[in-house]
Write a protein that binds this ligand. Structure first.
Ligand code: SF4
Length: 306
């Protein structure tokens, strides 16, 4: 059984994916934190090739603040190693490694151009679709929410591309902001699949509240939240808000798919308010069978520390 530069067994039946973060040893070794890693990688690939046992080879390069200039040259190294595919992956949690979009996008697009020149299948992850221009087809789907981290975009509910683009990693937003002046949403003229405007879709969201549904005067639904305006009569009202379920963000209650909160309580207070919202929350917890969901990839980032 052959092994890669980390000592992990290589499954030759399915091909090999290797990390390649630099076009020369110092850059790659620094990125992986192991002196000599670049040389060992080359040696393993050469050994497999010499033995006639090199299966399909793919390279994954992180898009780091310190390797942007090198990305097109990394494609050249990938070609020399025999790679058929190259994927450029922006970091999603490691803020120190991140570079702003005005630096990463030109570098990534140049690297994708280089892929085409060298007949390598080029892909990119975690960059905004709206900034990739003719390279948007190379964008791979962001992993789903069961695999944190989270993503967000100010334009998510209005952008036609947001079915395939999750927006910006929230760690990026903390460091560089929402970039509203840079993003270029393609204005949506078709409904979001979970809000197709049909009476059935609306009824399902309403039924979640049980008896309190008869008190709902309006429902707003977007990718981030479902909001119900609840009129309890005699000038008493509140807005109930459901967002994708998390483990760690404050919530009044959590159902199978949602965190439950309320806002804008009017004419209610103290025990009366608690009784109303707890009754509605209990109804939602009892009825939420997981069949309704919001877009779980997207959560609003928590406020940065003061
Ligand atoms: S505007 Fe936002 S959702 Fe639309 S493509 Fe750009 S980053 Fe993605």
């Amino acid at each position: 059984m052959p092994y890669d530069e980390d000592g992990d067994a290589i499954d030759l039946a399915v091909g090999v994916i290797v990390e390649l973060h630099g076009d020369e040893p110092a850059l790659h070794d620094r990125a992986v934190g192991r002196p000599g890693a670049f040389a060992r990688l080359e040696a393993v690939i050469a050994k497999l090739r010499a033995a006639g046992r090199l299966p399909a080879l793919a390279c994954e390069a992180s898009i780091r603040a310190d390797n942007l200039d090198a990305l097109p040259r990394i494609v050249g190294v990938a070609k020399r190693l025999g790679a058929e595919r190259c994927t450029f992956i922006a970091p999603v949690t490691e803020a120190a490694q991140m570079a702003p979009l005005d630096a990463t996008i030109p570098a990534v697009r140049e690297a994708l151009t280089r892929c085409r020149e060298l007949d390598i299948d080029g892909h990119v992850r975690h960059q905004p679709a709206c900034l990739l221009g003719g390279d948007a087809e190379a964008l791979e789907a962001t992993r789903d929410a069961s695999d944190p981290p989270a993503f967000a975009c100010l334009f998510a509910s209005r952008c036609e591309l947001s079915e395939r683009c999750a927006g910006l990693p929230t760690a990026y937003i903390h460091r560089f902001g929402w970039e509203p002046h840079r993003l270029q949403p393609v204005l949506r003229d078709s409904p979001w699949p979970r809000d197709d405007g049909s009476p059935e879709a609306f009824a399902a969201w309403l039924a979640l509240l049980g008896p309190a549904a008869s008190r709902v005067t309006a429902v707003e639904l977007d990718r981030l939240a479902a909001r119900y305006r609840v009129d309890l009569g005699r000038g008493r009202s509140l807005v109930l808000e459901l967002t994708p379920r998390t483990q760690d963000r404050p919530a009044l209650a959590r159902s199978r798919s949602f965190d439950i909160r309320y806002t804008k309580a009017t004419g209610l207070g103290g025990p009366g308010l608690a009784r109303v919202v707890e009754t509605i929350a209990a109804a939602i917890v009892a009825r939420d069978d997981g069949s309704l969901d919001l877009d779980p990839r997207r959560v609003l980032p928590p406020l940065p520390p003061a």
